[in-house]
Design a protein around this ligand. Sequence first.
Ligand code: ADP
Length: 533
Amino acid sequence: MAMQATSKGNMPVVLLKEGGSETKGRDAQKNNIAASKIVAEIVHTSLGPRGMDKMLVDSLGDVTITNDGATILKEIDVQHPAAKMLVEISKTTDNEVGDGTTSAVVLAGALLENAESLIDQDVHPTIIVDGYRKAGRKAKQFLESISDKISPNDKNILNKIAKTSMQTKLVRKDSDQLADIIVKSVLAVAEKDSESYDVDIDDIKVEKKAGGSIKDSMIVQGIVLDKEIVHGGMPRKINEAKIALINTALEISKTETDAKINISNPQQLKSFLDEENRMLKTMVDKVIGSGANVVLCQKGIDDMAQHYLAKAGIIAVRRIKESDLTKLAKATGARIVTNLDDLFEKDLGSADLVEERKIEEDKWVFVEGCKHPKSVTLLLRGGSQRVVDEVERSVHDALMVVKDVIEKPEIVAGGGAPETYAATKLRNWAKSLEGREQLAAEKFADALEAIPLTLSENAGMDPIDTLTLLRSKQQKGEKWTGIDVMKGKIANMKSSDIIEPLAVKLQIVSASAEAACMILRIDDVIATQKSAG
Ligand code: ADP
């Protein structure tokens, strides 16, 4: 229906085209809040170690089983614009800190639900937004005040952090072993920059293959390539490898312009082919001349060049992804060479072993035993494709939390402890605020407690009893006291090894407060028409 308004002179003014729609004021707010609450409800049963998994079935019937908030929301096709904003925060949280995606959505849902009750009491959304913003900043300060500084390369703590992140996932049983290889890989690629560390998670190559068990997952001190050695006559294994990385083809390049060559007798054809072979031989000779016994090439390798390389006992792999070549350079210390004339011994990298191995039905090349690799591979295994996919997602989160804490070496407890602490502190602080903002700040504090409430609810514990006990213990100064969900009791999270990076907790508060405020500030939802072209 076309939207009409009446001007002063009672003339109807047509604002929106036929088919356009608008929801205004409270209706718009209520509608947005309702949609966001539904999204939060979807993921809330999957929060924590006792959370449930979701089975997502796409239109082709492919099934994903996961309890990772970001994955759940990425896969479901959310249409509502406000709900989409919650999906966005889980994505940003995933990109920023890797973990805490479910918590961010649960918290945003609780903030909006609590805001709704204030709107019902005629508190203006602008006041709520102001109160929430102030409370969000303050909550982060309280979280910072209870964090403990750690040494960024304390393997013991890093292991516990990786394990806490995996407690809530299908890989929990194997988290000891996975945490070990995850911590080793992040420490291998961490770059020290004066005082602090910088970790580029892309330096860790994650390869997965269904088959075997999760326990067969391992770290390779080098790079695994899902490629075969190009020629049957080449060795399958070379110790003390000297590796050339080439991003140019070992082929005769085709001319840019079309050229016609007239060959009128067999002799001419022979000399033409001989010339081609000679050029290929010259290329291979340059490789041999450098002293390389392994050539890893980003482009193609001509059959004849393969033959010459095989005769020289050199292993060659072709069509390697550019990103893998970069990782190989970081792992082996080789320089990527663009022109074979520039290939010398000093450009070669090294590895103890280059070997082609059979992984299930595929053949993969392992470049391993690199001395101080700045890029490594995690080879993930698991009983089925679905299992390795979930292992990969969980390992991604765990890699990210270890990175978070190496870069910002501060930790807090898990199990709802810091949220409960911040909530109690916020309630006291709220008293210092004037007017209705105080109500909003108190609601923010209540929303933080959605985390311990949901953790205990999902574990089948009594949420109210658990929260009141937790609050009273924390009042007595036990800031590390939280809910040990696996044991079903209140406990000291440090002794239970349930610890998390401060960075994740801060991101959860920022992202959820930001999304809630953005949604609350909307009082008009207008369906716009996409302009053509
Ligand atoms: P998210 O996507 O937010 O990380 P999870 O489902 O992974 O969601 O749950 C994370 C929450 O579970 C955190 O609050 C964390 O402290 C808590 N948690 C993890 N392990 C335990 C445990 N053993 N006992 C209690 N809480 C735990």
